[in-house]
Design a protein around this ligand. Structure first.
Ligand code: ADP
Ligand code: ADP
Length: 226
């Protein structure tokens, strides 16, 4: 069964803008799927609905077999386009935030934060502050924060769009390695054809007004998965 399933989902914002749908989409457990399309086609809206950050106007959404909000919680890690780090808090405190909100015991928090920072190779920056880090490093902090609760599903909204190309290529490789290691379900929003083809097993192409699925194709894995 699917990790994420949308059935005839629409979203009309209060302003009357028909942003989405109806769309049907199923993402399998452990699958890496890209949502590709031009600005304004509803990619972010789709992710926010799946994360439970906004409510669908009609249709139904299931995440990990659960239909009713509040979804998310520990099932989902969300990486936004901007790293959205707290500037006054250390890197480790930023990564610890989701655990603190969940009242995780201190010892477990420390251990999970250390593991998440090591996972993105920022273990030496635990006590640094966001302003001391480059854009790519901040994005890795944001990824560590999304992973620290060990969610099954990672939702990523154009995470690398603001970065230079070299940093972006490196982060693409880091993300792929991580996905292969951890076996997470990833839904990755991008308007880069290159990125979608490079990263994912399946590309879902969206078109605007309102956002719909216009096409979909699978990409053969370059090496056997396991
Ligand atoms: P992106 O295309 O990268 O998702 P947008 O520029 O569409 O970014 O949106 C940035 C933010 O502004 C989002 O939080 C979105 O919800 C909000 N937003 C976008 N369009 C509108 C709109 N027409 N009215 C109100 N808020 C909007
Ligand atoms: P994308 O992520 O593909 O750029 P969005 O999901 O951000 O697309 O936006 C889809 C449509 O919904 C756009 O027309 C956008 O202006 C509109 N929109 C997005 N967020 C809001 C919002 N919070 N309020 C009103 N309209 C919005």
């Amino acid at each position: 069964d699917a990790a994420i399933r949308l059935r005839a989902v629409t979203k009309i914002y209060d302003s009357g803008v028909p942003a989405l749908g109806p769309i049907d989409l199923a993402v399998g457990r452990g699958e890496f799927v890209s949502l590709l399309g031009p600005s304004g086609c509803g990619k972010s809206t789709a992710l926010r609905l799946i994360a439970g950050l906004a409510a669908e106007s009609s249709g139904s959404i299931e995440v990990a077999g659960q239909a009713t909000p509040p979804r998310g919680g520990h099932a989902i890690g969300f990486v936004f386009q901007e790293p959205t780090l707290m500037p006054w808090a250390s890197i480790s405190a930023n990564v610890a935030l989701p655990l603190e909100l969940a009242r995780t015991p201190k010892a477990e928090t420390a251990q999970r934060v250390a593991a998440a920072l090591a996972r993105v190779e920022l273990q030496d920056f635990a006590d640094a502050y966001p302003r001391q880090l480059s854009g790519g490093m901040k994005m890795r902090v944001s990824l560590a924060r999304a992973l620290v609760t060990d969610p099954d599903i990672l939702l990523m909204d154009e995470p690398f769009a603001a970065l230079d190309e070299i940093t972006r290529f490196r982060l693409n490789d880091d993300l792929l390695a991580l996905w292969r290691d951890l076996g997470k379900t990833v839904l990755f929003v991008t308007h880069s054809v290159f990125e979608s083809v490079y990263l994912s097993q399946r590309v879902v192409v969206m078109s605007p007004r309102p956002g719909r699925i216009a096409a979909e194709f699978s990409i053969e894995a370059p090496e056997p998965r396991g």
